[in-house]
Ligand binder design. Structure first.
Ligand SMILES: [Zn+2]
Length: 59
């Protein structure tokens, strides 16, 4: 994914920075514990589509 695009992306909920998990193709927000999917290189920044991270998952 484009690193410039990654720089401007923020979490839609808390406006905080995201961590790109390349193997999982997910953008993770640590404070919200949400993982936004990246589909075909396009980040899907929708809370409804985000995966809730279980408390025991390392982020
Ligand atoms: Zn957030």
């Amino acid at each position: 994914m484009d690193s410039k695009l990654l720089e401007i992306l923020v979490c839609p909920l808390c406006k905080g920075p995201l961590v790109y998990k390349k193997p999982e193709q997910e953008l993770v927000c640590r404070p919200c514990r949400l993982a936004y999917p990246v589909k075909d290189g396009i980040p899907v920044m929708l809370e409804d589509d985000a995966r809730k991270l279980p408390a025991d998952e390392e982020v």
